[in-house]
Design a protein around this ligand. Sequence first.
Ligand code: NAD
Length: 299
Amino acid sequence: MTDIIDGDAIAAATRDELSGAVETLADAGHRPTLATVLMSPDPASETYIAMKQDDCEELGIGTRDIRLDTDASAEALFETIDELNEDDSVDGLLVQSPVPDRVDYREVVERLDPRKDVDGFHPENIGRLVAGYPRYKPCTPHGIQRMLAATGIDTAGAHAVVIGRSRIVGKPMANLLFGRGPGGNATTTVCHSHTDDLAAKTRQADILVAAAGVPELVDGSMIQEGAVVVDVGINRVQREGESELVGDVEFESAREVAGAITPVPGGVGPMTRAMLLYNTTKAASRQSGIDADLPALDV
Ligand code: NAD
C-alpha cells in the first residue's frame, strides 16, 4: 500500500504546535508580525499574499500588507524595505516574487535585514544554512524536511535525489538533506536541466524530491520500488479545455511503485505555508528577546 503523505494534516498539526508560542509572545506584549510587500499585478502573487495573510491572522500573527504600484521606482521599493527593516513592530518581512523586470530581485533580497528575512533567501541566511547553522531555513525545503520527519521517514544513510537546483527549493533542499543531524545525513544527488539520463539517477533514489516546474516530468518507470516521492511542482495545465493543477510527478503511475508520495495539491504547498508561520514566530521571539518556548520544528 502506498502511503499518501497528507501535507494538509501535518501542516495543521504544525500550526497547532505553534499556537502556544504565538500566544506566549502576545501575552508578553509582543504580537508576532509579518509584513508582505507586493509590487506586481500578477493574480497568482495576489493569491499567495492573501493566503499568507490569512494563515497569519488565523494563528494570531499580525500582518502588514504593503502594495506598491507596478510602475513605482526601484528606489521606492528599497525605501519601503528600509522603513520596514527599521520598524520594531515588524518581525518578518518578505517581498513577493516576481517584481517588475526593471527591479533586480537579487538587490531586493540583499536589502532585507537578514534577521527579518523569514523566507531565508538573503545571502547571509543561505550562507548560514550551507555552513550548517541556519537562522531561517527556506520554507519549502524546511516544510519537506518536517513532513518527512512527521511521517517517520529516516533520511540518514538514504540516497536522496533532488531534481532542481533553484535558490529557493533545489539548492537548500540538497543542503538540508546532506547536512548533519536529524532530517539530514542522506547521500544526495542533485539533478538539473543539464543532467544526462535523468531516469537512471531517479531510479537510484530512496527519497526523490521533484522540483523542476515541469508538469509530470517523473513517471512510475523512473521510480525505485518503495521510494519516498516528494512532489514540489505546481503546474497549471490545460486538459480537454479544462485548467488543471499537476505536479512534477505523474501521480497515478508513481503511486503504483512508490512507498510514500505527496499529492498535489495537499502535499508540499501547505507545509511551505506552515513553515513561514514558524519562521515569523521564531523571528518575533529573537527580536523581542522573549522566550516563546518554540516547538522543536527545526528538523
Ligand atoms: P525554477 O524554475 O527556479 O527551477 C527549476 C529547476 O529545475 C532548475 O534548477 C532546472 O535546472 C531544473 N529543471 C528544469 N527542467 C528540468 C528537467 N527537464 N530535468 C531536470 N531538471 C530540470 O523553479 P523553482 O522555483 O525551484 O520551483 C520548481 C517547482 O516547484 C515549480 O513548479 C514551482 O511552482 C514549485 N514550487 C512549489 C512550492 C510549494 O510550496 N509547493 C514552492 C516553490 C516552488
